[in-house]
Structures are given as structure tokens and as C-alpha cells.
Design a protein. Sequence first.
Length: 300
Amino acid sequence: MKFNRLIFLTFTGLATLLSSCEKEDALDPNSVFVDSVIPKNPLDNYIYNNYTKPYNVELLYKYIDKESDMAYRLVPAPYEASVRLTKLMLYASMQPYDVVTGGTQFLKDNFPKLITFTGSVPVQTNGVIILGTAESGTKVSLYNLLELSEANGKNPTFLNQYFFKTIHHEFQHILNQNRPYPSNFKEISGLSYVDDEWNAKYTTTGAAVAAGFISPYASKADGEDFAELFSFYVTRSQADFDAILNSAGATAAGRTIVNNKLAIVKTYMKSEWGVDMDLLRQEILSRYSNLATFDQTTLN
């Protein structure tokens, strides 16, 4: 009898537990934490229609700390400047690739998937200003939008210095990650690369050219050398490019080295990606000539 009573008590406890579980299941399944819906402004819609849909690219102009470099004191990009750069970058830096390759697929497959805008510029302890960065072949960060006024938005020299050349430079890094360039490029300058000493080693463009580099920064490493050659070439006329090669202090021997490396860059872009750098440069420069009348602010 004691044994049977114990069993009865056990069944009674189980029934109570099941009853308790049934009450818990009856709780309201809706979460009390509901994300608020942030309405899209005209720039958000423009980005979706002109970046996300055709290229699968996200453009982040609003400040989000996890996407920012926390090692520097940085400020957000102004809305008006973000509108300007969004339109200018599409017109003068991205669409030329569409013209040369015959459509949007090349950028859709290879262009960084995230581009961030920041108002100020990161400054390293040695005084070097960072114009842009690329991460893992998927993200490019652009800086200095605080200085992007209407007048500067019509100035190809300013736009090249802070944005356009940087875009092409960082994009070239991504292309190189997907398809490495020939090893014989690095062999031309061999042991002449100076890593982080580039800023102290070459204080003028002419001195860099004399050593076989298109810019002082190109002497940092072969990957930077490759990206510098590409970005300098496609964003400048032949006259302007030649002016760099003939900077004070440059030498004929140095110019030969630069041109030999440039030939490899051109062959790489044509054979690996089907991009004729001369046609790309022609299209880019034709758009630069229209910047004085280009509408930087209308979003539609």
C-alpha cells in the first residue's frame, strides 16, 4: 500500500508540472521589444536605387561606431557633403567602369560591398593623413567630407586628392586580392621597398620617381606601388602624368622603371579583368570636364 501511494503522489506531481507548463505556453508570444522603423530620407532612397540595386553596394554615411576606426578622433560626415560625394562618386568613379566593361556586372561582382563616409581625417602619430582604407576586400572608408563644399565638388584636383584617386587605389587592392598580379612586378624594384619609412625616405615626388616610384607612398610595398600606379594613371591626363614623371629631382632611369611597371599594370587589367586602362582614363577625364556643371545636390 505504501508503494502504491508513492506512485500516486508522483503522478500527482507530474500532473501539476504539466499544468504549469500549459500556463507558460499561454503567455503572449509577442515581444515587448519592438524595433522602431526609421523613415528613409531622399539620400537613403537614392543610395538604394543607384548603389544597392545595380551594384549590391551599401553606402554608409551615418556614423556607426563599430564601422569607424576607434583609434582616431573622428566626426560624422555632414549630410549635404554626403549627398555630394554619393552623386560624384557614382558619376565620375563608378560609371566609367560600366562604360568600359559594357554594364554593371563588373562592379557588382568586384566593387567593395560597403563604403563608409567620415567627416574628418585620421592622422597618424608621424603626421601622415590617411585618405582612405580598404578592409578584407569588402569595405572602403573615405574621409574628409567636412571639406567637400560646392566649390571643391567642382574641382577635380581636390576630388582626386581626397576621394577619386583613393577609390581607384583601394578598389585595385580588392582586385589584386581576387586575382594576384604577376610576381615579376615586385621583382622590378626588389629590395627597394621601405615599408613604413616611405614618408621619411622620400620627401618629394621627384626623389620617389628617381627611385622608380610614381609617388613616395608607392615605395611602401609592391601592393601599394601597383595600386598607386593604377590610380594615378586613370585619374590624370597624359600631360599631368608626365609632369609627375618629370618632377624636380626625377631621373630618366627612374622614369623607365615607372613605365616598365605601368606596362605590367595595364596588361594585368586587360588580361585579368578586360579593362583597357586608356579607355577607362578617357571616360573618367571626360566626366571630370563636366564637373563644373554637374548637379551635385538633386536626388531623384
